[in-house]
Design a protein around this ligand. Structure first.
Ligand code: ADP
Ligand code: MG
Length: 464
């Protein structure tokens, strides 16, 4: 029918605008490399903040003792405790709990948010069993994973630059988040010291390195997206400290990356315009779990309006921003049933659209495919940009060299959206070529960030 043809036309235009031929990806990667160099040069010289993390030593395996970690950076936050037993014992015991953050606290007051977190932490500490040992007279120590852009001035302090991922509490911006948490813990009567303030990406890098000494970078693909890597101190002109190791972990804040080569559509521009942070985090808005489902919703809405894809009336639920979440999208995208039953169910349950035809369902899957493929491919280009910066985009020259390059990955998007992860991996192989990709490994470091923060608390303990 004419309707279908009009909907197919919307898809065709989308496909055209989202195209990521290899040449375009190489340009995106080159821009990533160039922005990295600029960001390391001076504060504010690039959209990439390239934040100095003050982590100059990653875990070695020698870490010992009881440490806590708190991970705040998305819709859930996690508390974790771990008993570390050094080289022999490794992780002796580990426990964690996950708490979801009531949405009103994400846009409320600073005290309310931190009180909520400190209360959950206090409750968790109260449940500490006998398998965990804190030496007499010591305070408990915490690695605080805070996954928003922070300007650090030491390993255990940092000022919030801005909220992202749906958080928006103006009064926290410009404040030291460690001080905010510490005050809240005091209000709860909780005796706990923040030993390290890190980002989930740096936590993942630390946890990844603990598992595999060839880990050189970490990438998060979850609600948001970010990357961190180990840089030579000499390559950081803006560095104001001299790390003994000669290295410094850099938190790229790559979600804010922008390049004129990024394939942007009208849907992306409108999404950005309507967002809490217009003009910011453009790369994140093309790639991450918070936004993929919303891009899909916007395309389907267009198809409903311009091509009456779902009948004469535009389904009212389809007008609600963010109703269609990326996990819904991924469930539809992975639907392998002959009649696309899952797609039908999701359209009905999430969007209130009953009785869709197979052709309509198939069209929805095709839209998912275009959006996920673009996101995965430009994420791969970003990783390739990092490898170029480090000179690890070519095969090790010495034929005897066994050099491996491992990238630790974490985040629900990468973990659960299999089509997305497969696209990312194959695109990275495509960019690197066969020879170079033989020594590059992308490794899922499942919840590496929690344990990583605890490990960094251990390696930065006040009792060392
Ligand atoms: P966070 O990024 O908030 O710290 P996670 O790393 O667990 O948390 O990632 C959660 C995000 O991962 C969700 O917001 C969602 O976008 C994405 N996600 C979770 N499950 C799936 C899924 N099954 N398919 C696709 N994306 C998923
Ligand atoms: Mg996370």
């Amino acid at each position: 029918t004419g309707r279908r043809a009009r909907a197919e036309e919307v898809l065709r235009v989308l496909e055209e605008r989202c195209a990521t031929p290899i040449g375009k990806l190489r340009e995106v990667a080159d821009d990533m490399t160039a922005e990295m160099v600029a960001g390391l040069q001076a504060e504010g010289a690039s959209k990439l903040k390239m934040l100095v993390s003050y982590v100059d030593n990653l875990p070695t395996g020698d870490e010992k003792g009881l440490f806590y970690a708190l991970d705040l950076g998305g819709t859930n936050f996690r508390v974790l405790r771990v008993q570390l037993g050094g080289k022999e014992g490794r992780v002796l015991k580990q426990e964690y709990e996950e708490v979801s953050i009531p949405p009103h606290l994400m846009v409320g007051s600073s005290n309310e948010l931190f009180d909520f977190i400190a209360a959950a932490l206090a409750k968790f500490v109260a449940s500490e069993g006998e398998d965990f040992h804190l030496p007499q007279g010591r305070h408990r120590e915490l690695g605080f994973t805070f996954s928003f852009p922070v300007k650090q001035s030491s390993i255990a302090s940092g000022i919030l630059i801005k909220w992202t991922k749906g958080f928006c509490i103006d009064e926290t911006v410009g404040e030291d988040v460690v001080a905010e948490l510490t005050k809240a813990m005091e209000r709860q009567g909780l005796d706990m010291k923040v030993a390290a303030l890190v980002n989930d990406t740096i936590g993942t890098l630390a946890g990844g390195r603990y598992d595999d000494s060839d880990v050189i970078a970490a990438v998060i693909l979850g609600t948001g997206t970010n990357a961190a890597y180990v840089e030579r101190a000499q390559a950081i002109p803006k560095l104001n400290v001299v790390p003994k190791s000669g290295e410094m972990v850099i938190n790229m804040e790559w979600g804010n990356f922008w390049s004129p080569h990024l394939p942007m559509t009208d849907y992306d521009k409108a999404l950005d315009f309507d967002s809490l942070n217009p003009g910011e985090q453009i790369y994140e808005k093309l790639i991450s779990g918070m936004y993929l489902g919303e891009i899909l919703r916007r395309v389907l809405l267009r198809m409903a309006k311009e091509a009456s894809l779902f009948g004469d009336i535009v389904p009212s639920k389809l007008e609600i921003p963010f109703v269609l979440r990326t996990p819904h999208m991924s469930a539809m995208h992975h639907d392998a049933s002959p009649d696309l039953k899952v797609v039908g169910t999701k359209l009905k349950e999430v969007l209130g659209i009953p009785n869709t035809s197979w052709k309509t369902r198939k069209l929805v899957v095709n839209v998912c495919d275009v959006i996920a493929k673009r996101g995965a491919r430009i994420a791969a280009a970003g990783i390739y940009g990092i490898l170029k910066k480090l000179g690890r985009d070519t095969a090790p020259t010495d034929t005897a060299s066994k050099r491996r390059t491992v990238i630790a990955m974490d985040g629900g998007l990468y973990e659960h959206y299999a089509i997305f992860s497969k696209w990312l991996q194959s695109t990275l192989r495509e960019l690197l070529g066969e020879e170079a990709s033989a020594s590059v490994v992308v490794k899922l470091a499942n919840d590496g960030s929690g344990i990583g923060a605890a490990l960094l608390a251990a390696s930065h303990s006040q009792y060392l």
